[in-house]
Design a protein around this ligand. Structure first.
Ligand SMILES: Cc1cc2nc3c(=O)[nH]c(=O)nc-3n(C[C@H](O)[C@H](O)[C@H](O)COP(=O)(O)O)c2cc1C
Length: 438
């Protein structure tokens, strides 16, 4: 079924709510972040909802806070492609997207794993290419943290191009041919072990917001995972990135923009707002409020009362208590903004953190949320959404049961899968085989 004239179809993906500050672990309905049954529950729910894909983030080192493992990371995190491969066996149509770092891996090995996943899932594999290379994370790897941002994207671009050469190295008739790639980043040759996979090229997703990141996405990616989740910021980002495509000979539809968004549903808008406030207070527990403050101030503030006032001094912009996490660009400015807010409204530390960070993107009755999602896409602020539930593993159930049918009624979401591969779900062009003359 196609969308009514002039109405854009919405793409939906499900982010597994793992070790991030959105997930409410204290909720009695919270399950394991590592048992296969959790991944399976969320993936099956997403497939029941006819979602385009299931998404896993990646963290390559346990983050630290004041020299101890960060509370959110004490539970650990399994490796993405392994989990996705297991999910391929319990789903049939759902795309399977994993975040894998281009700074610390090698093209031959990663291209092989992704092509294998594409075969085992019959064309549902996607790779979210990230580049994060803080030295702390890099200590886990031979390459260390030696790449600055521009070099990371240079390497990532050549990495993806090399992977695509490897994926193209088998002829479409199923016979292998040698490959050779000699560039500034990689010099490799030989034969690729995996035949051309069902999608030809697994879908490439990009997450990263700098000018270099946007340019990399415009030249290379099929999907962008972005944090721009308000209408205004979304429209600006959408116009900026889509505007970069023409210089690479690409059409606007060749790159889908999908912000990560959160949601809270209830029978009425008023109840949903009330629930949203409760969830914010669960996310920002008294202990988390102090952690958030320490991240900005870059020092121990455990002697502060979460229900009391903010520190009356500025952060030292050079100091940090966090390892493995991006530090805010201008902590002094953030601290002053938070203090001004707290003084103007008479807010405690905890209330200030609740007010200033991570408000839910879509709050309301299912009808309100469905209308807002449609508007967001119709207004060219996105092509779809990567939904980030706040509960593992049941946080998507409500959305699939109550919002998806309304989107279908509005004619902006599929009522069945029309294709079998992720490329088909996303409406992406099939890659042209660039293997050259056999
Ligand atoms: C929405 C979003 C999600 C990201 N998810 C991950 C992730 O799961 N793992 C990771 O190592 N980096 C992740 N990153 C970090 C990016 O790969 C990138 O390293 C970082 O944003 C810095 O690059 P930039 O300066 O271009 O933004 C994410 C970034 C964004 C914007």
């Amino acid at each position: 079924m196609s969308a009514p004239a002039g109405r854009k179809r919405i793409h939906l993906a499900a982010h597994f709510p793992g070790v991030n500050s959105t997930t409410v672990w204290a909720d009695p309905h919270s399950g394991s972040q590592i048992d296969f049954s959790s991944f399976e529950h969320l993936a099956r729910t997403a497939e029941r909802g006819l979602f385009d894909f299931f998404f896993l983030a990646e963290g390559l080192r346990l983050r630290e806070h004041k020299g101890r493992i960060h509370d959110l990371d004490v539970v650990g995190r399994p490796e993405s492609i392994t989990v996705l491969t297991a999910l391929a066996a319990v789903t049939e149509r759902l795309g399977l997207a994993g975040t894998v770092n281009a700074t610390f891996n090698e093209p031959y090995e990663l291209a092989r794993r992704l092509a294998s996943l594409d075969h085992l899932s019959a064309g549902r594999a996607a790779w979210n290419v990230v580049t994060s290379s803080d030295a702390f994370t890099g200590e886990n790897f031979r390459r260390g943290g030696f790449l600055d941002r521009a070099d990371r994207y240079t390497r990532a671009a050549e990495f993806v191009a090399t992977a695509r050469e490897l994926w193209d190295s088998w002829r479409p008739d199923g016979t292998p041919r040698p490959f050779a790639h000699h560039g500034p980043q990689f010099g490799i040759e030989g034969e690729f072990t995996v035949p051309r996979s069902p999608q030809g090229h697994p879908v490439v997703i990009q997450a990263g917001d700098s000018a270099e990141g946007r340019e990399f996405a415009a030249s290379t990616a099929d999907v962008i995972f972005t944090r721009h989740s308000t209408l205004e910021a979304g429209r600006e980002f959408y116009a900026d990135v889509k505007g970069r495509l023409a210089r690479y000979g690409r059409e606007p539809g060749d790159l889908k923009i999908m912000p990560g968004v959160t949601y809270v549903l209830a029978d009425t808008d008023a109840e949903a707002r009330e629930r949203a406030a409760e969830i914010r207070h669960q996310q920002v527990s008294p202990q988390n409020a102090i952690l958030a403050l320490e991240q900005i101030w870059g020092r121990d503030l455990s002697d502060h009362d979460p229900d009391g006032p903010l520190p009356d001094f500025d952060p030292d912009p050079e100091a940090t208590v966090v390892q493995g996490r991006v530090r805010v660009a201008d902590p002094v400015a953030v601290a002053r903004k938070w203090r001004a807010l707290s003084e103007a409204k008479g807010l405690s530390i905890r209330e200030t953190v609740v007010e200033s960070s991570g408000r839910q993107s879509f709050v309301g009755s299912p009808a309100t949320v469905a209308a807002a999602l449609e508007e967001f896409v119709a207004e060219d602020a996105a092509d779809g959404f990567i939904l980030v539930p706040h509960l593992t593993p049941g946080g998507l159930d409500d959305f699939v049961d109550r919002v998806v049918p309304l989107l279908q009624e509005r004619g902006v979401f599929r009522t069945e899968y029309s294709g079998t591969t992720l490329r088909e779900h996303l409406g992406l062009p099939a890659p042209v085989w660039k293997g050259g003359t056999p």
